[in-house]
Design a protein around this ligand. Structure first.
Ligand code: ACM
Length: 268
C-alpha cells in the first residue's frame, strides 16, 4: 500500500488558505493514504476559548471535512488530518479520517499538552480504523509520551500508527521509533514546520516527519524546515510478525498479571 505524510506550515486562523494549500499539494498524489499535521487548518496557539470556538468546526457539514472529502474522492486518497472539532458543547483536538469513498471517522486526542488543557475537552477512547488490510491506530502528537496508547491500539488490531503532530519537544520522533519497535507496527508521524507567534507566545515546530517500519527503521523522513509531501510503498503484512526470535514474541510474552498499576489512576 502507498502511505505518506504532508509536512506543512500553517498560518494561525487562516483556515481557508491552510486548507487550500494542503489541497494544492495533495493534488500531486493519488491512490495513497496521506497523514497531515495536528490542527493543520487552524494553527495551534489559541489565546483563549473564544478564539478556539470561533475556529472550531463540526465534522458533519463542516468546511474543512467537506473540502478534504472532495480531494480524497478526486485523487483516490484516504486522508488523516488534525482539526479542532466542535461537538455539542465540547471542542476536541481531533484527528479525522476521510476515505476516498467518503467514509469519515474521528479520534479525539486523549493526552492534551500544556495550554491545550485550558481549552479542549480530552477524548476518552481509542480508535482503530480499518481499510482492507490496513488498520490505522489513531494518535495525536503528545500521545507519543504514553506507551500505553500505542500498545492498546496494537492490541486492538492496529498495524500502522497514524500520528498527526505539532511536535515541540525534541523526543517525539525518537519515541515513535520505539513505539514501532515495541509493538511491531508501522508508524507515520506528520509534523508541522515553522514558528508560530501570537502576542508574547511563540512556538517552533520540529518537522522531521517520518515513516517507521515495525523494526524501527526510518523508511523516509523530512527535514526540519520545508513543506514536503512524501509517499512510499509498504508491505503492511510485515506488521503481522510479532516474533523477535524463535523464543520471544512481543505480544504473547507480555505478563498482564503484573501490569495492574498501569490501569489504575493513582500514582504510588
Ligand atoms: C502537542 O501535543 N501538540 C505537543
Amino acid at each position: 500500500m502507498k502511505i505518506g505524510f504532508l509536512q506543512m506550515r500553517s498560518r494561525f486562523g487562516e483556515v481557508k488558505s491552510n486548507v487550500k494549500k494542503a489541497i494544492s499539494l495533495l493534488n500531486k498524489v493519488s491512490d495513497a493514504t496521506i497523514v497531515l499535521p495536528e490542527l493543520f487548518n487552524t494553527g495551534y496557539l489559541f489565546k483563549n476559548q473564544a478564539e478556539l470556538a470561533a475556529l472550531a468546526e463540526s465534522v458533519q457539514g463542516g468546511y474543512t471535512v467537506g473540502e478534504m472529502k472532495k480531494i480524497a474522492k478526486k485523487q483516490h486518497l484516504n486522508l488523516i488530518f488534525g482539526m479542532a472539532q466542535k461537538s455539542g458543547r465540547n471542542i476536541f483536538n481531533s484527528a479525522v479520517y476521510v476515505s476516498q469513498k467518503g467514509k469519515v471517522d474521528v479520534y479525539q486526542k486523549v493526552h492534551l499538552f500544556d495550554r491545550e488543557k485550558l481549552f479542549f475537552t480530552p477524548g476518552r477512547s481509542t480508535r482503530v480504523v480499518t481499510d482492507g488490510k490496513a488498520k490505522f491506530g489513531m494518535m495525536i502528537c503528545f500521545d507519543w509520551m504514553f506507551p500505553e496508547m500505542a500498545r492498546v491500539l496494537t492490541l486492538q488490531g492496529a498495524n500502522i500508527l497514524v500520528h498527526p503532530a505539532n511536535l515541540i519537544l525534541p523526543w517525539g520522533q525518537n519515541a515513535m521509533k520505539v513505539r514501532s519497535i515495541e509493538n511491531g507496527v508501522f508508524s507515520v508521524t506528520a509534523n508541522r514546520v515553522g514558528i508560530e507567534k501570537r502576542g508574547t507566545m511563540s512556538l517552533s515546530f520540529t518537522g522531521e516527519s517520518q515513516i517507521v517500519s515495525p523494526r524501527g527503521e526510518v523508511l523516509v523522513s523530512a527535514g526540519d524546515r520545508s513543506e514536503v509531501l512524501k509517499v512510499i510503498d509498504i508491505n503492511i503484512e510485515e506488521a503481522d510478525n510479532k516474533n523477535i526470535n524463535s523464543a520471544n514474541n512481543l505480544l504473547s510474552d507480555r505478563v498482564p498479571s503484573i501490569y495492574a498499576p498501569i490501569a489504575r489512576r493513582s500514582v504510588k
